[in-house]
Design a protein around this ligand. Structure first.
Ligand code: NAP
Length: 270
């Protein structure tokens, strides 16, 4: 039996076990996917412990995507570029770190039929998830990226040449092609909050929320009411999970498979 799983601090609300169960059900890949809650001080030991079991791979989530990098034997080029790891591959006694969130965000945009070439993007929040979003946009021909932070002074050196502003200055911006919520605002159980209001959303054409629980956040509801094209983060979650299985099993799935698994997960969480 191949073993897979997820390492993080608080995992009781994770959708990952159901996602991987649906992948196993719809493909030749078989195995079990378990949750491993770990305290920071036990992280290094956990990686070693897992090495001794029949483990093919693990996903990594909040708050260890950066911390875990110092315990790995190798880091893939994309994870190095993003400076975060969300997938561990156990290969011949070695542990290799990858980042499939980057791929997942790209798959989400493709699923929305959005091409970012020559567009203006606003990223709300400057934490871990925003890194994959930034690098994906930057590598795919975006014209301009503006970060919005509660405290731009603290984050002013985030990436060279990138503008970082506060929420008040965002009100002066027009013609935003895509606005991305990479903050946890609106996430279960505090679902009544949105990082921005309709006065900002009316200046945008499309809105993406990385949050997938609830499926429609307050941010997305306001965006839909303003007539924007919208997507939650569920497709990104599904795509990063399938990509991890591709790495662990040396296979490549067709787009059709991604859509099928997405439909399966959506039916389950609705
Ligand atoms: P995080 O590090 O906790 O927060 C991201 C950033 O949001 C922070 O750095 C902060 O930026 C801003 N922020 C935090 N609390 C805020 C508040 N109360 N009000 C306004 N801004 C606040 O989280 P993360 O790991 O980057 O994840 C962000 C979201 O993406 C989460 O909801 C997560 O579940 C989701 N996510 C989804 C996927 C997916 O597959 N769909 C993958 C990864 C993450 P400033 O200090 O600069 O304001």
């Amino acid at each position: 039996m191949n073993r897979y799983g997820l390492i993080g601090e608080h995992l009781s609300h994770s959708f990952s076990p159901i996602l991987h169960k649906i992948i196993f059900k719809n493909s030749h890949i078989k195995g079990e996917y378990n949750l491993h809650e770990v305290k920071n001080e036990g992280l290094k030991e956990k990686i070693g412990e897992l090495k001794n079991l029949e483990i093919k791979g693990f996903n990594v989530t909040i708050p260890y995507k950066l911390e875990i990098m110092k315990y790995l034997d190798e880091i893939s080029p994309e994870a190095k570029m993003i400076d975060a790891v969300n997938t561990l591959e156990y290969r011949e006694e070695r542990v290799i770190g990858h980042n499939t969130d980057y791929f997942g965000f790209g798959a989400l945009l493709t699923n929305m039929d959005i091409d970012v070439k020559n567009k203006i993007a606003v990223i709300l929040g400057s934490g871990g998830a925003s890194k994959s979003v930034y690098h994906y946009l930057n590598n795919n021909g975006i014209k301009e990226i503006i970060f919005v932070s509660r405290d731009p002074k603290k984050k002013k050196d985030i990436y060279s040449g990138v503008n970082i502003i506060d929420y008040t200055s965002l009100k002066n911006m027009a013609n935003i092609d895509i606005i991305i919520n990479a903050t946890p605002l609106g996430m279960y159980p505090k679902m009544d909050r949105s990082p921005v209001d309709k006065d900002i959303l009316t200046n945008c054409k499309a809105a993406v929320d990385l949050i997938y629980n609830p499926l429609e956040t307050e941010f997305l509801k306001l965006a839909r009411e303003c007539g924007l094209k919208t997507s939650n983060g569920l497709y990104m979650l599904v795509a990063q999970g399938i990509k991890s299985q591709e790495i662990w099993n040396g296979v490549v799935f067709e787009d059709e498979f991604y859509h099928k698994v997405f439909k399966g997960v959506l039916e389950y969480v609705k």
